[in-house]
Design a binder for this molecule. Structure first.
Ligand code: DAH
Length: 339
């Protein structure tokens, strides 16, 4: 029997495998409750006392060798899988991807673009650093014109004159200089004014400019387009055009929409009137057409301009314009579900 046990020790020590299943078969074969060791220890009881010392030691050696072997094989298997599966377990479900959210300014800008592109307007952009000609002079605002004071300007350089554009109307001029009528374009963008920052105004904000030039364009076309826009954008179909003044349009108007007086907030934002001003507009002044080399005898057109922040504040009931620029995630996260 001693010979047999010694042979088994040899077998155990030379056993090799890299398969988990084979290690388990090996373990059961030697160390299992019905395994070889159990059998041998039972046999051991019947052995002559004089043989017990050597045989007992050999059996202990066999048991230790078998359990050490199992341990050793399992260890090497683990370290192997670690290096082999460099990318981890590929069948494991992945971590959920955190969804970001779009900024409310982008949401509203995209929505405005969508509404106007349905009726054939293209999107155009211009530089944020402008010259005097495109921001003022070509728009019928020559030097010393008092209306320049309406928009406090950040000047960069005097000669050559460079400034941060105070409105997106500058893109109108650039677009007309580079394109022949018929023109239908909207120009979203960032604008800058040297104003004190408060809950209602900021020195950096966004506008969308609209421009339509063709033969026989009338004020009625302008009103119809604005009515379409307010219906699509706000679901409100009552607007009024209040006479106003802008140097680049003649006649000029401000557009109010009837917001309603249903809630307390409606009272607050409309100052109890139910009406809200949302943009400026008018028929493009013939001088502006001329400045951009478009024949005012042949073509007429309308233009409009609106502030994106103002519209976003209305739509989402945002009480303070500064919230748009603070990047507080508690604010931004609220727009998660909106595309
Ligand atoms: N540029 C004007 C502003 O910043 C907005 C505006 C008014 C644009 C009337 C227009 C317009 O195109 O026709 O206050």
């Amino acid at each position: 029997m001693l010979e047999k046990v010694k042979e088994l020790i040899g077998d155990v020590q030379s056993f090799k495998t890299t398969s988990k299943e084979e290690i388990e078969v090996f373990r059961i074969k030697y160390l299992g409750s019905k395994g070889l060791l159990k059998e041998l220890f039972n046999e051991f009881k019947t052995v002559d006392a004089s043989l017990k010392k050597d045989l007992g030691q050999a059996l202990n050696n066999l048991r230790n060798a078998a359990s050490e072997k199992v341990q050793e094989l399992n260890d090497s298997l683990e370290s192997n899988t670690e290096t082999k599966n460099f990318y981890g377990d590929l069948t494991r479900p992945s971590e959920p991807i955190e969804l970001g959210s779009r900024h409310p300014i982008s949401i509203v800008r995209n929505r405005i673009i969508e509404v106007f592109s349905k009726i054939g307007f293209t999107v155009s952009e211009g530089p944020e650093i402008e010259d005097d000609w495109h921001n003022f002079t070509a728009l019928n605002l020559p030097e010393y014109h008092p209306a320049r004071d309406m928009q406090d300007t950040f000047f960069i350089e005097k000669d050559p004159d460079l400034l941060l554009r105070t409105h997106t109307s500058s893109v109108q001029v650039r677009y007309m200089e580079n394109n022949e009528p018929p023109i239908r374009t909207i120009s979203p963008g960032r604008v800058f004014r040297n104003e004190d920052i408060s809950a209602r105004s900021h020195c950096i904000f966004h506008q969308v400019e609209g421009l339509y030039i063709d033969t026989d364009v009338s004020f009625a076309d302008l009103k119809q387009t604005l009515l379409y826009f307010t219906k699509e954008m706000f679901g409100k179909s009552k607007i009024r055009l209040r006479p106003s003044y802008f140097p680049f349009t003649e006649p000029s108007a401000e557009v109010d929409i009837y917001w309603g007086l249903e809630t307390e907030i409606d009272y607050k934002i409309t100052k109890g009137t139910g009406w809200l001003e949302i943009m400026g507009c008018g028929m493009v002044d013939p001088n502006v057409l001329k400045n951009a080399n478009i024949d005012p005898e042949k073509y007429t057109g309308y233009a409009f301009g609106m502030g994106i922040e103002r519209i976003a504040m209305l739509l989402y009931q945002i009480p303070d314009i500064r919230m748009f620029y603070e990047n507080d995630v508690r604010f931004l996260e609220q727009f998660k579900s909106v595309l």
